[in-house]
Write a protein that binds this ligand. Structure first.
Ligand code: GDP
Length: 296
């Protein structure tokens, strides 16, 4: 289960505070020392940890605690609020085009879960009575087109493909026209990934971006890769102006660092979280729920 280590360590720290009738500044300092270590061990970015701890301390030793009848609980409450803020505060919704179709460009490194997530997102939109079109613009990874077609068949969502000889820019443009003709209201473009970020990849993505002017550019990152996921997100964001991040594999034993740092480091909100291999395992990301889950 995700965040298991972090969660149990934080619960340990706060267990000690909970019962206290009076919480001294020393108690808070001691607790925050442990919180700091727990976050670092969960692979949260060190700058993010530093800022987080100082914010919590500032609030905890201030007014709020002195007024509280249950100061231990008050500290937990402050941590909960700050964790929520760290992950973006409120849920960040998917943008919608003024005039359909809404175009969503999916990006990410190979293996992050981009193709799978494209299918999951189509399914989620379909459940909300939308008519999505999946677009197979990853022409490099063997079997990526077939994989998307199989997913599309499974969920009964049309897949636009022109094979692996066509140019991704042409595929994206023609898919958009096709969606307009067929009155489909969402276009989800599965773009090419690579094992590492490289100039050729970014060039291609920028060209696709310029050709279809997407309403959303979602970066799919594997949360199991921790700070690497955050670094990847930062590079993509600099090159491509992302509108959001999708964290995948949160069902694995991720330490949580990516979920807790990506918004603070990149400024890009986490819009969805994928928690499994099944087609219906994509959910809108709710910072407050995730914070509560971590704190137990
Ligand atoms: P792409 O190269 O980015 O298109 O990656 P794929 O969509 O092919 O996914 C790579 C692997 O990760 C596949 O085996 C997926 O089933 C798996 N995967 C994707 N998302 C999740 C997730 O949220 N949880 C788990 N456990 N596996 C996932």
């Amino acid at each position: 289960m995700a965040f298991e280590g972090l969660s149990s360590r934080l619960q340990n720290v706060f267990g000690k505070l909970k019962g206290k009738g009076k919480v001294t500044e020393d108690d808070v300092n001691e607790a925050m020392r442990e919180v700091r270590l727990a976050l670092l061990e969960a692979d949260v970015n060190f700058k993010v940890v530093k800022e987080f701890v100082s914010k919590v301390k500032e609030k905890a030793v201030g007014q709020e605690l002195a007024k509280s009848f249950t100061p231990g609980m008050a500290v937990i409450d402050i941590v909960n609020k700050e964790l929520t803020e760290l992950m973006g505060g409120t849920q960040s919704k998917l943008a919608k085009a003024n005039k359909p179709p809404t175009v969503i460009m999916m990006a990410g490194l190979q293996g992050a879960g981009k193709t799978t997530t494209s299918g999951k997102l189509a399914k989620l939109l379909q459940k909300q009575n939308h008519k999505p079109l999946l677009v197979a613009a990853d022409i490099y990874r063997p079997a990526a087109i077939k994989q998307l077609q199989v997913l599309g068949e499974q969920i009964k969502v049309p897949v636009f493909a022109l094979g692996d000889k066509a140019n991704p820019v042409d595929i994206a443009k023609q898919a958009l026209e096709h969606a307009k003709e067929e009155h489909l209201d969402y276009v989800i473009i599965d773009t090419a990934g690579r094992l590492h970020i490289d100039e050729a990849l970014m060039d291609e993505l920028r060209q696709v971006h310029a050709a279809v002017n997407p309403d959303e550019v979602l970066l799919v990152v594997d949360s199991m890769t921790g700070q690497d996921a955050v670094n990847v997100a930062e590079s993509f964001h600099q090159q491509l102006s992302l509108t959001g991040v999708v964290l995948t594999k949160l069902d694995g034993d991720t330490r949580g660092g990516a979920a807790l740092s990506v918004k603070a480091v990149t400024g890009c909100p986490i819009k969805f979280a994928a928690m499994g291999e099944k087609i219906d395992s994509l959910e809108p990301f709710h910072p407050e729920r995730m914070a509560s889950r971590i704190l137990g």
